[in-house]
Design a protein around this ligand. Structure first.
Ligand code: CA
Ligand code: CA
Ligand code: CA
Length: 222
């Protein structure tokens, strides 16, 4: 009768050992997480000086997402009629970021953007809705409501500031009719702060890390 030692190939033993080591390390280092991100998120909103306007999209899911299947709807000044902004074709791998900016923004901002659009011209009192087909994925503002100059809360305002989504926000706001309080989900930075573009701090389940580990284990079998 064969012993277990003989059945397991050397490569498989090595992979098993690696898996145990990785799992032990992960258990020791991963802090408790709140939830897993299930779709794209608006991770940053920039309403800066002049035409310095940008929106950052974050893929915190486990899947590669084709961004051209999504659209951005802009509802200006309390209007309930949208202007549609299409995304270029772009495959967002897990953990990746996409920045769309106003095409007349400063070079410093344009250099950080994957796409530009003249329609990305919100100025503080406009709602933005990220959709996939007819499904609302995330939203900023409140569709059909004009807040005046901007939405303001104790922490800041949606005009002449940079707003970054808090790390604990794992899912988008899919209720476009809900009263909008930017202080609940955003952190505020001074006008024309561009240094947070291209990265997003997330406390949600880090599916990207799991995937890297799994690929490492799989590679031992090839
Ligand atoms: Ca406006
Ligand atoms: Ca402005
Ligand atoms: Ca960011």
């Amino acid at each position: 009768m064969q012993t277990i030692k003989q059945i397991i190939r050397p490569n498989a033993s090595l992979a098993l050992l690696l898996l145990v080591m990785v799992a032990t390390t992960m258990l020791a280092t991963i802090s408790p997480v709140s939830a897993q991100t299930t779709d794209l998120l608006i991770s940053e909103y920039i309403e800066g000086s002049s035409n310095n306007k940008a929106l950052e999209i974050f893929n915190g899911t486990a899947d590669e997402i084709e961004l051209s299947e999504y659209q951005l709807l802009r509802y200006s000044n309390g209007s309930d009629t949208a202007t549609t902004i299409s995304f270029d074709s772009y495959l967002m791998v897990p953990g990746s970021i996409y920045v769309i900016a106003n095409e007349f923004a400063d070079t410093e901002l344009l250099d950080l953007a994957q796409q530009t659009s003249s329609e990305l011209n919100f100025n503080g009192n406009d709602s933005l809705v990220l959709v996939r087909g007819n499904t609302v994925v995330d939203s900023f503002g409140q569709v059909g409501f004009d807040p005046g100059i901007s939405w303001t809360c104790p922490g800041g305002t949606t005009i002449n500031q940079t707003l970054r989504r808090m790390p604990g926000v794992c899912n988008g706001d899919d209720d476009t009719d809900l009263e909008f309080d930017p202080c609940l989900q955003y952190e505020f930075f001074s006008v024309d702060s561009f240094d947070g573009l291209g990265e997003h701090n997330s406390d949600c389940i880090s599916v990207g890390t799991n995937r890297v580990v799994w690929n490492l284990v799989k590679s031992q079998y090839r």
